[in-house]
Design a protein around this ligand. Structure first.
Ligand code: AMP
Length: 214
């Protein structure tokens, strides 16, 4: 029986940071659809090139591109114990697809990280990511030890193109319209728990550990 976590929440609620901590803690593979797309973009694959114009505008990438990437990742042996999903599903149709991939006996818990827009805009505009390993920093709350450089690999810290305020606002609109309906979808299945996304990482993780007792 696999143990799976779906991290749901608006951009900037901490899905990536929380996801990598939980992945370390529980030894489950973290699958970030945004990271998969950015990897494809970096490598210049056809899917990456097709996805770019949507990502630059803060829109969702068409399902066929994202679903193929996620399904491939989920078929890897590393997922044998389960996965932590960050940023997928983002639409009801992606959720239906994921339901078909999970086995009926698999455990699935959804953690909805909740935070308000002003908090999210602030967090995202001060976010920096390592260009080589993807580790996430915040200029005020989680700064690197050496300015501009990743603590883990020494890579260069950059601002994502879509972390500019006008694109952040669009991403939040898209979230509200297309992704927020998933809250009710998973609440109806009685697998959703709500956790504040604006607290300290340590507190968020402790809260999740209280809810998911693995
Ligand atoms: P993220 O890193 O999760 O903030 O995602 C960055 C961007 O990648 C989003 O604004 C979308 O353009 C795209 N993206 C990531 N995950 C998905 C998904 N599940 N469905 C469609 N587009 C996605």
């Amino acid at each position: 029986m696999k143990k799976n976590i779906i991290l749901l929440g608006p951009p900037g609620a901490g899905k990536g940071t929380v996801g990598s901590k939980l992945s370390e803690l529980w030894g489950l593979l973290l699958i970030s659809s945004g990271d998969l797309l950015r990897e494809h973009l970096k490598k210049g694959t056809d899917s990456g090139i097709r996805a770019k114009k949507y990502m630059d505008r803060g829109e969702l990438v068409p399902d066929d591109i994202v679903v193929a990437m996620v399904a491939k990742e989920m078929s890897k042996p590393l997922c044998a114990r389960g996965v932590i999903m960050d940023g997928f599903p983002r639409t009801l149709s992606q959720a239906a697809m994921l339901d078909r991939i999970f086995d009926s006996e698999d455990e699935v818990r959804v953690i909805y990280l909740e935070a308000d827009d002003d908090f999210l805009v602030n967090r995202l505009s001060l976010r920096r990511v390592c260009d080589s390993c993807g580790k996430i920093y915040h200029l005020v709350n989680l700064p690197p030890k050496r300015e501009g450089l990743c603590d883990l690999c020494g890579g260069k810290l950059v601002q994502r193109d879509d972390d500019r305020e006008e694109i952040i606002r669009r991403r939040l609109e898209v979230y509200r319209k297309l992704t927020a309906p998933l809250i009710e979808y998973y609440r109806d299945k009685e697998i959703l728990s709500v956790v504040p996304g604006n607290g300290r990482l340590e507190d968020t993780i402790n809260e999740i550990k209280k809810i998911v007792k693995w």
